[in-house]
Structure formats: C-alpha cells, structure tokens
Design a binder for this molecule. Structure first.
Ligand code: DON
Length: 564
C-alpha cells in the first residue's frame, strides 16, 4: 500500500467523527459510580447495573453486551477485546479475549498468484478471526462479578427485541456502508432498510435474531454461542462464503488471564493491557524515553514537546513492528524493551533540532533475541472504588461486513491486524514482521490499550481509546495531559492530540490541533505534518482528590457519561 492510499484510508476511517464538539470543557461529576462509553444507552445500562448493586465488572459485562446491540459498528459479540481490572483491595487483572486465527489459516492465505490481496484480509469471510467476546465476558463475570449472567445481559436483550432509536451518526454510518452490506445476504437483511430508502435519525432499530442469540447466551453461557444453533449458524456462513472457521475452532476458543504491564512514571503507576496488546509496551517505552527531558517546561503541545514525543513514538513503533506479537507464539524480549537502559539508548540518536528520518531508523538491537476504523473503549468505576477499562472491537467499522444469518450479529475482520504479508502495511499503515505473521490459533497483535493509573496505590485514571494505532498515542496523551499539566478531566480528553507511528514518516495531528506557527517549527526540523479529523476517541474517568469521579468524554465521537 502506498502512503497516499494509507493516508486516505486514515481519513475515511475517521470521517464520521469529525462533528464539532458539543461540550468541550465540561465534565460530569458523580460520587458513587460512573460509566463512560461511546453510547448513551450502554452507559445508562451500566450505571443502572451499578445502582442495582452490581460492581464495576458486572457493569462492564452489561455494557459490552449493550454495545453489541446499540453500536453494531464496533460493539460486538462477533469480535474481541481486552479488559483491565483494578479492585479496591489493590488486586489487578488483565483479560485477553482477542480473536484467534482459525486452525486452517496459513501465512499465504491472502496471496493470489503470488500477489498479496489486502482486500481479502479486510472484507468478507477470510478476514474473520475466531470471536472471543462471549467467552471473555463470561470468564470476567465468573471470577469478579456479583450478578448472574442473565441479569447483566437482560438490558441488551430488551434493546435488541424492542429496538432502540438511531442517532444521526448511527443512521449515517449504516447508510454509508449499505453498498458493502448488500454484498452479504444476512447483512443486507439486518443492516439496510431492504429497499432504496435510507435510515434516519429517530428510526426504531429492532434486532430480533440478535435478541434470540443473546437469550441463548443468557441461558446456556458460552455453550449458547460456541456450540448449538449459534455455532451452526456461524458454520453455515463459513460454508456459504468459503470461510475457514470450524466447529472445533469455536468450541476451543478460550480467553486468557494475563499479567499486566506495570510502568512507573513520576508519582504514577500505569497498569496496562500486556501483549497481544502492543499498547502497554509502546506506552511504557515512550514514557521511559522522555522521562529525563524537561517535558513540562517545554509547554503543552509546543513544537519542542511535539517533536520530543513524536521521536519517542517513532522509535517505540519501530520496535512494535519487529518484536511484538502473540506472546503464546513469539518470544518477546519484554524485560529489555521495558528497561530504562534500552530506552535511553534508543534516544541516543535523538536531536532536539532535527527529525530522525524513519528510513534511517529500524527496531533496536536486542542481543541474543532470535529473529524471529472501528473500536470502542469504555471506563467504569463503582462505589467501592473498583475500576474496569475495556476496549473492544470488530476492527474496521462493521468488521468483515459478514453477518451470521439467523443469529443477527456481525463477524470481525481482525485478521487484518496480522502482518498479513510481513513488510507490507495493513489498513492502518502498520508494518509488521515475523513476530506478527499469521499462524493457526495465534492472536493478532493489537493496539488496544485499556489502562488504569494509580497514584499512591489508589485509582486515579481509567483511560483508553478507539482509533487503531492512534489508541496508543491517544491513551498516552490522556495520561500526560493530567499527570504533567494538571488538566481537568474533560480538558485532558479533549485537547488536540498528535500521533507518529514510525511509518509512514508523518506526524498526524487533530484537524486545527496545532497552530500554523507550531507546525512551521516542526516542518523546519524536518517533520511532515498531516491533519486529520480525529486522533483516537478516548473515554476516560479521572478520580479527583476528594474521591469524586469526573468524566472525560471525547468530543471526537458521540460518547456519554452516566453516573450517580
Ligand atoms: O486491535 C487493534 O489494534 C485494531 N483492530 C483496532 C481498530 C480500531 O481501533 C479501529 N478504530 N476505531
């Protein structure tokens, strides 16, 4: 993929987020519990669960299922994601419910006559990974929830059965994708009006088949999805379009508890989702690369600040592309990547005056190591001080665009997150290497970075974002804006952001996010600047010194904070 295709894809993926912020600097503040998600229905459902005595994990499971109904472009049961938990008693946990490659997947499954066909990993049945969400939600609830599954899933079933009212942006996103939905029988039925008319704001959107599937999950747990009629329906879809997922792949899918990556920065400790999320390592590396510089004195979003951070981002993303992949399959040199010494060394080539050309920079050398646009984030805090951060996705908006006939849900296109052909950029322009090559049963590398930040052992921030690789840099800036610049919750989430990912060699900035003179100073150092409609969409909760909860709802999307 050349740079201009990659840039135009970035813009296409984010075009619908470009609506102007309604409430730029106002946070909501609550004392007893809060849910911040991309959708009003889902946030209110989560808040209701908290009010009924559920804890943050009960609420998270309810929100995940609600989003599968009210935000079909990203919320899902046909996809996957990550959950980070920090309990009031200090216990932490990370749950990986990322999709896996089917057993029949091969590294050249997207080659036709020797040529790499990137469209096959992005749309249609071959793009689909084995879904992890349902197993993940059940596992999280079993270990940490207080409520039974059928109770937390009930609000989602009701919304699917009785319908919900489409917002302007939901109607537009369905309409924008109608030509692709029409290519797939079940999607045409579920996600278009069925004739030449369009969906409008205010339409009631009913999903009876999805309600049936959610009911089966409520009744039979994971067997209600990975076996029986829902599994049959998924396999029918595989047969119809010649997909690779088998009954065994479905039945054997297992989400996994993993050890969090923890990184100290000034008075804070960040607890971030570990690999197969790349976000934890990249954020930790960037923080270690910048920490000895007078960052605060440079001034927020000054040319000097943007330059320093972009150079650190460039180096961390170069390492990401080479070293990171599914830890069950590749040997990630975690200790070295997270060491201060290594990251200080990585910055040895940094010049305050001049951009380092990405072409002159590769991954760092680690001796002895063998060669080897649509997501959604939500944050929850309950009245006991338990906190949960979840990022979940189908990958692109509406995933593969293939729906499961009779079961009412969309399947992901997560296979594109593998380096489908090592060395070739994926849809987000990310280059990967062997570590993230396709293998049967392997999880594809992700940028989703749900994170919980503590200060003196207490939860201080619950942060995360949607937006492909920009998730990493948006989450980093949601943290730094507060930790370094003492921004209020909404400010920390709203302020213009920037992003560098090594290749393409470009600083992406929020549209109108940097003044022309700042941009000029950066260009004089040798940077190429590319404005775009939104650098990630963050949904954050910040805990104030008096213990109250303040929302950071990203004006780049149409998120909502509900609390009590
Ligand atoms: O896991 C990942 O990194 C991607 N599948 C995330 C995709 C995404 O965030 C799309 N946009 N909003």
């Amino acid at each position: 993929m050349n740079i201009s295709r990659c840039l135009s894809l970035f813009v296409t993926l984010f075009i619908f987020t470009s609506s102007l912020p309604a409430q730029v600097f106002e946070s909501k503040t609550f004392e007893n519990g809060m849910v911040v998600s991309a959708d009003k229905y889902a946030s209110e459902i989560g808040n209701e669960i908290l009010k009924q005595g559920g804890n943050a994990v009960d609420a998270a499971v309810a929100v995940q299922f609600a989003l599968a109904v009210t935000l079909p472009r990203a919320g899902n049961i046909g996809g996957g994601g990550f959950m980070v938990i920090h309990l009031a008693n200090g216990e932490t946990a990370a749950l990986d419910f990322r999709e896996k490659a089917p057993t029949k997947a091969t590294r050249d499954m997207y080659l036709r006559n020797g040529e790499f066909k990137s469209e096959l990993s992005w749309e249609g049945i071959l793009a689909v990974g084995v879904p992890g969400t349902v197993d993940g939600m059940i596992k999280a609830l079993e270990r940490y929830g207080k409520m039974p599954l059928d109770m937390v899933i009930q609000p989602a079933i009701k919304l699917a059965r009785e319908g919900y009212v489409l917002s302007y942006s939901h109607a537009e996103s369905l309409n924008d994708h109608r030509d692709t939905f029409r290519k797939y029988q079940a999607s045409a039925r579920y996600f278009t009006t069925g004739d030449t008319t369009l969906f409008s704001e205010g339409d009631l959107f009913v999903q009876k088949d999805l309600a049936g599937t959610l009911e089966r999950i409520a009744r039979f747990g994971r067997e209600g999805f990975y076996a029986g009629p829902v599994a049959d329906a998924i396999i029918n879809e595989m047969e119809r379009y010649k997909g690779l997922i088998s009954y065994k792949d479905l039945y054997n899918y297992e989400s996994k508890w993993r050890d969090l990556v923890e990184v100290d920065f000034r008075d804070y400790k960040l607890h971030i989702m570990p690999p197969p999320s790349s976000g934890s390592i990249a954020i930790a590396q960037i923080l270690k690369m910048i920490q000895d510089y007078p960052i605060k004195e440079m001034g927020h979003n000054s040319a000097e600040y943007v330059h320093l951070l972009s150079e650190a981002m460039r180096r961390a993303f170069a390492d990401r592309s080479f070293y990171l992949g599914d830890p069950d399959f590749v040997d990630i040199p975690l200790q070295r990547l997270l060491s201060q010494e290594y990251n200080t060394e990585r910055m040895a080539s940094f010049s305050p005056d001049k951009a380092t050309a990405s072409s002159s920079l590769s991954h760092g050398e680690i001796a002895g190591h063998p060669e080897s646009d649509e997501t959604t984030h939500f944050s929850i805090v309950d009245n006991e001080g338990n906190a949960v951060a979840v990022t979940t996705t189908l990958n692109g908006s509406f995933g593969s665009h293939v729906s499961v006939s009779g079961a009412g849900f969309l399947l992901n296109n997560e296979m594109d997150d593998f380096s489908a052909q090592p060395g070739e950029p994926n849809t987000y322009g990310l280059i990967g290497a062997e570590a993230n090559a396709i293998e049967p049963g392997k999880r594809m590398l992700s940028s989703m970075s749900p994170a919980i930040v503590t200060k003196n052992g207490k939860v201080d921030m619950v942060i995360g974002a949607a937006g492909g690789p920009r998730i990493i840099t948006a989450t980093l800036q949601s943290f730094l804006n507060r930790a370094l610049f003492d921004m209020r919750a909404q400010q920390a989430t709203t302020f213009p952001r920037f992003h560098h990912q090594w290749l393409p060699d470009t600083i992406f900035i929020d549209d109108f996010g940097l003044s022309p003179d700042t941009q000029k100073l950066l260009e004089e150092k040798g940077h190429f600047i590319f404005p775009m409609p939104g650098i990630g969409r963050a949904h954050n909760i910040y805990i104030e010194t008096d213990g109250s909860l303040s929302s950071g709802v990203d004006p780049r999307g149409d998120g909502y904070a509900a609390g009590h």
